[in-house]
Design a protein around this ligand. Structure first.
Ligand code: NAD
Length: 297
């Protein structure tokens, strides 16, 4: 039987993810507050829904890909729980704080649903290609149902632990990402001042010990990685405001748990400054231009 998926949130990430569910032959009912985003999903093989409630009403699986915790809490508590059949599997793939993830899981469980926090790593290229990594927080017995539900969008799916553990893994991962991106950008700025070609630096670093995802998959200087946002004036991709949100989540979690994260704190401060300068909508790798003093070029 063809499974029916309700997909809520069709932005930079959700658009590609919903398209991959449709490509896998599933019936996808798509909703977003943006009509343009819904129109793109329809072009990719999804059906348009007029509201969240309409999208979820006979869904087997509900997937949400929303900006932040308040959106997730509101959409689940007011529009999904009670409107979706109680047999539906509810999967939130947004990156949000652990406490909100646990709260939503509690509300969903109380109403009889299986729920998982299932945030992703990989960026928009992986969302489009169906090669995201999923970090899942769920009841152990639900994982066997969750893995195949995510399969058309995934290259790897891990159960990190119980509810909230997926979000905990994700904020740790993104703290590494923020720090390595800043380190990569600082090194490119230094290389340039020392008379090196940043494209040659890509060749060298991607085969040397300074290599990371920020270099090989997302190089912040245009040219070497054609799919990276640096080639389209840092448009789309992973917005600075989103990275800042994740770095704040990591710092809040560090303060509560007593972990030492001095580099995470410094990275948050720099992305905060970049955001306040008005660049919150630009891809986070554009921070290279702040460090180079070339923001307006
Ligand atoms: P985005 O802003 O492009 O997309 C979010 C979408 O949610 C928008 O289209 C918006 O209109 C929609 N939306 C907001 N409120 C809604 C509501 N009440 N009902 C229906 N739709 C609603 O953001 P994104 O880059 O796609 O990120 C989504 C989530 O994925 C975030 O939590 C982000 O941290 C996480 N994430 C992003 C990336 C990335 O590279 N962009 C990577 C990993 C994880």
């Amino acid at each position: 039987m063809t499974e029916t998926i309700a997909f809520i949130g069709l932005g930079n990430m959700g658009g590609g993810m919903a398209a991959n569910q449709a490509k896998a032959g599933r019936k996808v009912r798509a909703f977003d507050l943006s009509e343009a985003a819904v129109a793109r999903a329809v072009e990719a093989g999804c059906e348009a829904a007029g509201s969240v409630v309409e999208a979820v009403k006979d869904a087997d699986i509900v997937i949400t890909m929303l900006p932040a915790g308040p959106h997730v809490l509101k959409v689940y508590s007011e529009q999904i729980i009670g409107a979706a059949p109680s047999s539906a599997l509810l999967l939130d793939c947004s990156t949000i704080d652990v406490d909100t993830a646990r709260k939503v899981a509690g509300l969903a469980k109380e109403a009889g649903y299986a729920f998982a926090d299932a945030p992703v790593s990989g960026g928009t290229m992986a969302a489009d290609a169906g090669t995201l990594a999923f970090m899942v927080g769920c009841d152990e017995g639900d994982f066997a149902r969750i893995e195949p539900a995510l399969e058309p969008m995934s290259r790897a799916t891990f159960r990190a632990g119980d509810h909230g553990a997926g979000q905990a893994a994700k904020i740790c991962n993104n703290m590494i990402l923020g720090i390595t991106m800043l380190g990569t950008c600082e090194a490119i700025g230094l290389a340039e001042k020392l008379g090196l070609d940043p494209v040659k630096m890509f060749d060298i670093v991607s085969k040397s010990s300074g290599q990371s995802w920020s270099t090989t998959t997302y190089y912040p200087w245009p040219g070497p990685v054609p799919t990276a946002p640096s080639n389209r004036n840092y448009d789309g991709g992973f917005a600075t405001a989103m990275m800042l949100k994740d770095l704040k989540l990591a710092q809040d979690a560090a303060a509560k748990s007593g972990a030492s994260t001095p580099l995470g704190a410094q990275t948050e401060a720099l992305f905060q400054m970049f955001d306040r300068l008005g660049y919150g909508g630009r891809d986070f790798s554009a921070i290279l231009q702040l460090l180079r003093g070339k923001l307006d070029e």
